[in-house]
Design a binder for this molecule. Structure first.
Ligand SMILES: Cc1cn([C@H]2C[C@H](O)[C@@H](COP(=O)(O)OP(=O)(O)O[C@H]3O[C@H](C)C(=O)[C@H](O)[C@H]3O)O2)c(=O)[nH]c1=O
Length: 350
């Protein structure tokens, strides 16, 4: 039985990856390590609580001693590293938090993996999940490729770029078997409502203003989180050590056209007059250093590992909106923080 560590498994993307691995690989022991910050929530994994191949560990990757201890105790065969501070606006307000978790935390995990993978590393893998923001900002033309030079602009993307470099450096210098993938903007269920799509669904529902940064002309490439989790599965099992894989949705939208689409879907679902939700659109001061456009070329992943996105965006967005409307309680609890406190107490009592 292989023991796989998934870090950040209580977060948005992490919870989808944990679910996929626990359900699809009963012969793996999945250890989910999460600090349970504001964005990590065990309510995202309620359905897995009693699965025999699943274990939750509350810990901070910044704590190097705890990481060494955990790796010694569990003797992991593989690591899928998703734990990260991920919100660009928060990184502008507090860059050091991003340095600590994203850079120091990643190096701690690399050191811990090195400490136990001393002999034969043939069937071991340290898989680092990263973002397309490390490549910087595109103009109207072109796509990010795996060979595109790094040019991060926000403290968030600078911290992720740094962690990517450390992961590759440990491969080149120490022979640690590592892999990196860089993804575009994810959307889907269980995303913390500070990110554009869940924030705006929640605001439309409660008739709150929709703060559009600048003119809303920035472009993002949207990837359904469950397609991302499938890509991670494929890369973890079939990717080549030392390689990088880009994962994108081939699905570009200006923010304002996406927001207008969301408004019209929400009007229909909430039985409001067409045009009602658009009235909530409020243009606000632009995000500092706001990257104009992200767009990813995933040809390598498609050709080499046979992965393609499974869902059309319009269908995915409908599904996502439905999920947030049905899971009202989840939304209320994550925004109030009650779920997190409740689950921390539950786990403390075990
Ligand atoms: C929250 C918010 C956002 N925006 C704009 C800013 C962006 O142009 C776009 C998406 O913003 P969001 O903060 O949801 O995501 P990005 O800044 O593109 O970054 C996201 O996708 C990458 C790949 C990651 O790696 C990040 O971890 C993830 O947060 O909407 C607004 O106009 N108003 C708002 O209130």
């Amino acid at each position: 039985m292989k023991t796989i560590l998934i870090t950040g498994g209580a977060g948005f993307i992490g919870s989808h990856v944990v679910r996929l691995f626990v359900n699809n690989y009963p012969d793996y022991k999945i250890v989910n390590l999460d600090k349970l910050t504001y964005a990590g929530n065990l309510a995202n994994l309620k359905d897995l609580e009693n699965k025999p191949n699943y274990e939750f560990v509350k810990a901070d990757i910044v704590d190097s001693e705890a990481m060494f201890e955990l790796f010694r105790e569990k003797q992991f065969d593989g690591v899928i590293h998703l734990a990260a501070e991920s919100h660009v606006d928060r990184s502008i307000a507090n860059p050091m938090e991003f340095v600590m978790t994203n850079v120091i935390g990643t190096v701690n995990l690399l050191n811990a993996a090195r400490s136990i993978w001393t002999d034969n590393t043939e069937d071991k893998l340290f898989y680092h999940i990263s973002t397309d923001e490390v490549y910087g900002s595109l103009g109207k033309e072109g796509l990010f490729e795996e060979t595109t030079k790094y040019d991060p602009h926000s403290p968030y993307s600078a911290s992720k770029a740094s962690s990517d470099h450390f992961v590759r450096a440990y491969c080149d210098t120490f022979g640690l078997p590592t892999l990196v993938s860089n993804c575009s903007n994810n959307y889907g269920s269980f995303q913390f409502p500070e990110k554009l799509i869940p924030l705006f669904i929640n605001n439309i529902k409660h008739n709150k203003p929709l703060p559009v940064y600048g003119k809303g002309e920035n472009i993002r490439d949207w990837l359904w989180v469950e397609d991302h989790a499938r890509a991670i599965d494929v890369i973890f099992h079939n990717g080549k050590v030392g390689e990088t894989y880009n994962i994108g949705g081939h699905n570009e939208w200006t923010n304002i056209s996406l927001i207008k689409l969301m408004c019209s879907i929400m009007d229909r679902k909430l039985n409001r007059e067409p045009g009602t939700s658009e009235k909530l659109i409020t243009y606000v001061k632009d995000r500092a250093g706001h990257d104009l456009r992200y767009a990813i070329d995933s040809t390598k992943l498609q050709k080499e590992l046979n992965w393609v996105p499974s869902l059309q965006f319009e269908e995915g967005l409908e599904k996502t909106i439905d999920w947030y409307l049905v899971n009202e309680e989840w939304m209320e609890n994550v925004t109030s923080g009650d779920y997190q406190k409740y689950y921390e107490v539950q786990y403390a009592q075990r």
